[in-house]
Design a protein around this ligand. Structure first.
Ligand code: 5GP
Ligand code: ZN
Length: 116
């Protein structure tokens, strides 16, 4: 637990969240400001700053995050029409919360991957 980390505080139950899936190592909850009909964040319970740090420190845990992202997509009915998994990383990546999280977004056409 990192005391000043928003998502560590969600893991600790100090800040409420709408949890959709949970294991002893990974948690999925709805984004507070959804950008699509389905917008779920998947995080490891343990604090890692970003996806590169997580993958380097604990590749199995990174795999568990990805596995839950896929399970969330299935549970939310996104598998047929498709969806997107996003790890914003660092300032240029638009990362605002420095506890690694996968965005699972879908439920409408998401357009091009990046604005050109
Ligand atoms: P980032 O820009 O770091 O990739 O994404 C951070 C995400 O966290 C944003 O989509 C934002 O809406 C979401 N978020 C920020 N604060 C909270 C919160 O307190 N609860 C939940 N559920 N999501 C949050
Ligand atoms: Zn954290």
């Amino acid at each position: 637990m990192t005391a000043d980390c928003l998502f560590c505080r969600i893991v600790a139950g100090e800040i409420p969240a709408t949890v959709v899936q949970s294991t002893d190592r990974v948690l999925a909850f709805r984004d507070i400001d959804p950008k699509a009909p389905v917008h779920v964040l998947v995080i490891p319970r343990e604090h890692h700053a970003d996806v590169a740090s997580l993958a380097a420190a604990d590749p199995a845990l990174a795999g568990e995050v990805l596995a839950m992202a896929g399970e969330v997509a299935t549970a939310e009915g996104l598998r047929d029409d498709g969806f997107r998994v996003i790890f914003n990383t660092g300032p240029n990546g638009g990362q605002e919360v420095f506890h690694v999280h996968a965005h699972v977004v879908g439920g409408r056409p998401l357009g091009r991957m990046l604005p050109s």
